[in-house]
Design a binder for this molecule. Structure first.
Ligand SMILES: Nc1nc2c(c(=O)[nH]1)N=C([C@H](O)[C@H](O)COP(=O)(O)OP(=O)(O)OP(=O)(O)O)CN2
Ligand SMILES: [Zn+2]
Length: 125
């Protein structure tokens, strides 16, 4: 396979601590009470190599964008974050993907998980 036709997937991770409430059909009381989680997120971008740079994208550029996303989530009450909707793992994946609109290459996968609970969500784009 030649370096000019190959596609690569590059990743960047970040984490944030946030509080939320959630309307659920089970564990109703505890979920309605404000409580917090440490969330982890990983974004994957997939694209060809730029032969001039030897990179799909400079990961520093992705880190800068993700820092902006992190600032909108870290130490926030997720219920109040504009554009998020119900503060679920699924909506966090969509929120992060939307915040990366216009990136080249575009995000191919966004994963959000809560390590302590062992639950997570993957958005394949
Ligand atoms: N499909 C989804 N299901 C659930 C989500 C979600 O985002 N997507 N989220 C939750 C809640 O966030 C919930 O807080 C997690 O609940 P639970 O597993 O009960 O964990 P605790 O908060 O009770 O964990 P502690 O052990 O107390 O830290 C549920 N479902
Ligand atoms: Zn929760």
């Amino acid at each position: 396979m030649s370096a000019t036709t190959a596609h690569f997937t590059v990743n960047q991770r970040f984490y944030f601590d946030a509080a939320h409430t959630l309307e659920r059909e089970i564990e109703v009381e505890g979920s309605r009470r404000i409580h917090g989680h440490t969330y982890h997120a990983e974004v994957s971008l997939r694209g060809p190599l730029d032969p001039a740079t030897g990179m799909v994208i400079d990961l520093g550029l992705l880190r800068e964008r993700l820092q902006g996303v992190r600032e909108r989530l870290d130490h926030h009450l997720l219920d109040e974050v504009p554009g998020l909707g119900a503060p679920t793992l699924e909506n966090l994946c969509l929120f992060i993907a939307a915040a990366l609109q216009g990136m080249q290459p575009p995000p191919a996968r966004v994963r959000v998980w809560r390590e302590a609970l062992g639950d997570g969500c993957v958005l394949e784009l």
